[in-house]
Design a binder for this molecule. Structure first.
Ligand SMILES: C[S@@+](CC[C@H](N)C(=O)[O-])C[C@H]1O[C@@H](n2cnc3c(N)ncnc32)[C@H](O)[C@@H]1O
Length: 356
């Protein structure tokens, strides 16, 4: 069969491909601007030279100038026609600088270098199977903690807990809470501080975030928050909990099915399971216009799918889909599942789940 090529379509696609590669490169530059504090220095600053900006940031001018020029061609920062004075418009600073907490988009750019760091290992897995373990990801837990600091901690008391009717009163009175895949434990430590009569346990596979979580709890003087390093694939707890939470921590488990069943088994009959997880469809066709689709499938390939496969797991991936999530919750025995979306968190769905 003759294959006819439409030259206009071919040229259009080549153009958009170049644009994608350009934007990919900008993500790393944005990540650098975030980590070096350059966006914070530039937010609200009058037009300034690269030397002034370097001095204010405590960084080397030559690197700062090259970064500024990348930002200029990326239309993130403006420069005058002598290419001397650089300026970050306030409208851009709003989503780039830490001076505006809660709205920072730059922090998400850090995921690109994090996942790029394991590119070669993942290519090896494409050819040989298997997966890349958590231990290979340099800054994953650090970036994750920063992200959840914004999506979870910033909204925990005003938006997330109110999804569970009456939970505030119960937490004030004193209940037991388990957090699955707690990472660096920021959510649990905040809860522990606010509700001293309740007891909190966080479990995570990885040593580094668990140690960080314990250290923070100690620094905060908390005596009601505990962290335990364990593989949830085979977890059995004698205790029963009134509330179980999982923030972005079910889909990349080795065996989400077993973890959900174990949550069911350790939840009191009148208890609640709050599961925050990715808001997407299990069918890729339905995700064509997903605002984070390209980012999330990429994170899935280079992180969520492979870390699960590395543990001999199911490798459901980031985009396991709300349809599959609800099916698996039902299979675990939960009869009541409500889905909630919160305006501050366009990436996730909040499932409030109970036995009856
Ligand atoms: C995407 S992170 C979310 C972390 C944390 N809940 C947050 O919001 O910052 C998923 C967490 O699940 C943990 N995890 C993955 N597989 C696990 C397993 N088999 N057992 C226990 N924890 C696991 C990871 O170490 C990681 O901290």
């Amino acid at each position: 069969m003759a294959c006819e090529i439409d030259p206009v379509k071919a040229e259009g696609f080549a153009g958009s491909l170049i644009e994608m590669i350009n934007q990919g490169a900008m993500s790393i530059m944005i990540s650098i601007g975030h980590q070096t504090g350059l966006f914070d220095v530039l937010a609200g600053l009058e037009p300034a030279t690269s030397q002034d900006i370097a001095n204010l940031s405590g960084l080397h001018e030559r690197y700062v100038r090259e970064w500024l020029n990348a930002m200029v061609v990326g239309k993130i920062i403006f420069v005058d026609d002598t290419s001397t004075y650089y300026h970050l418009p306030m409208e851009h600073a709003l989503v780039l600088s830490r001076k505006f907490p809660g709205d920072n988009i730059a922090l998400f750019a850090q995921y690109i270098p994090v996942i790029a760091g394991v590119e070669q290992q993942v290519i090896h897995c494409f050819k040989n199977g298997g997966g890349v373990p958590y231990s290979e990801y340099g800054r994953f837990h650090e970036v994750m903690a920063e992200e959840s600091g914004q999506t979870i901690i910033g909204a925990l008391f005003d938006h997330i807990l109110p999804l569970i009717p009456g939970i505030n009163q119960k937490l004030e009175k004193g209940i037991s809470v388990l957090d699955i895949g707690c990472g660096s434990g920021r959510a649990l430590n905040q809860l522990g501080e606010k509700f001293p009569n309740s007891v909190f346990l966080g479990i995570d596979l990885c040593k580094e975030p668990i140690e960080k979580a314990r250290k923070s709890a100690e620094e905060m003087g908390l005596r009601n928050v505990f962290f335990h390093q364990a593989d949830l694939t085979s977890f059995r707890l004698d205790a029963e909990f009134d509330l179980v939470t999982a923030f972005d921590a079910i889909h990349d488990q080795a065996r989400p099915d077993l973890v959900l069943k174990a949550i069911y088994n350790c939840l009191k009959d009148n208890g609640v399971f709050l599961m925050q997880d990715i808001d997407a469809s299990e069918k890729v066709y339905n995700n064509l216009d997903h605002p984070f689709g390209r980012l999330l499938y990429s994170i899935s390939t280079l992180h969520c799918t492979t870390v699960s496969l590395a543990q001999g797991g199911m490798g459901l991936g980031t985009m396991w889909g709300t349809e599959q999530a609800k099916r698996m919750l039902k299979q675990a025995g939960f009869n009541k599942v409500t889905e909630n979306r919160l305006p501050h968190d366009l990436m996730n769905c909040y499932f409030v789940v109970s036995k009856n």
